[in-house]
Design a protein around this ligand. Structure first.
Ligand SMILES: Cc1cc2nc3c(=O)[nH]c(=O)nc-3n(C[C@H](O)[C@H](O)[C@H](O)COP(=O)(O)O)c2cc1C
Length: 196
């Protein structure tokens, strides 16, 4: 199939991009609003930008009529968010937290996710996450109908179970990724290893 972008509907373009850019990592993002109501939701339009001075990004629709999603709004208003890494035991709970619920209803409670306090920010984190990165807002950039939110990582929490000799061991970290359509995948390192 050969497809010129100009011949495709927005939905068709979106389907192809979301199937081609796979598997995508999932940021399970916890935030808090000005009133202290916490929020938790998954974002797979997510990655890191720099690593030695780590900056991560996620993006969300600007939602002209309905406004921003709670996560993006809270990150902008409070200047803080935490990225929790999703591993296989949390797959169903993570999916549950994508349900559209009113801003004053917590997805932590909805999906029975245990909270813990962060060290450097007021947002809660997922207590049982294998890795959490506490972030402060770096910047936000509008791109077409999306808002890209960038955060500077200020603090890492890493569970002992995923460590070998004090480093994260990818054979112990069963990261969940998102595929096209309704599908997820779980990372298991292959036998072929990077050579260069
Ligand atoms: C695996 C997964 C990945 C998602 N990725 C995104 C994303 O990158 N951007 C986005 O706007 N919504 C994404 N969503 C949908 C949001 O999680 C959903 O709209 C959620 O209700 C937003 O919650 P909030 O309003 O509390 O922020 C994703 C959902 C799932 C299940």
């Amino acid at each position: 199939m050969e497809l010129d972008i100009d011949d495709l509907t927005p939905r068709e373009r979106s389907r192809i991009v979301k199937s081609a850019v796979t598997p995508r990592p999932i940021a399970w993002i916890s935030t808090v609003d000005e009133e202290g109501a916490d929020n938790l939701a998954p974002f797979s339009s997510y990655n890191y930008v720099s690593s030695s001075r780590p900056v991560v990004l996620f993006n969300s629709p600007t939602g002209d009529a309905g406004g921003l999603k709670d996560t993006a709004r809270n990150a902008l208003v409070t200047g803080e968010f935490a990225v929790n890494v999703v591993t296989e035991p949390h797959l169903e709970q993570m999916d549950h937290t994508s349900a559209p619920v009113p801003a004053n209803e917590s997805e932590f409670d909805l999906a029975s996710v245990r909270r813990a306090e962060c060290r450097r920010i007021d947002a809660p984190r997922v207590a049982d996450a294998a890795v959490t990165m506490e972030c402060t807002l770096y910047d936000s950039i509008s791109i077409h109908d999306r808002l890209m939110v960038l955060g500077v990582v200020q603090y890492f929490h890493v569970a002992a179970e995923v460590l070998t000799d004090d480093e994260i061991d990818m054979t112990k970290l069963e990261t969940v990724g998102r595929l096209g359509g309704p599908y997820y995948t779980v990372a298991t390192p292959g036998t072929f290893k990077r050579r260069f």
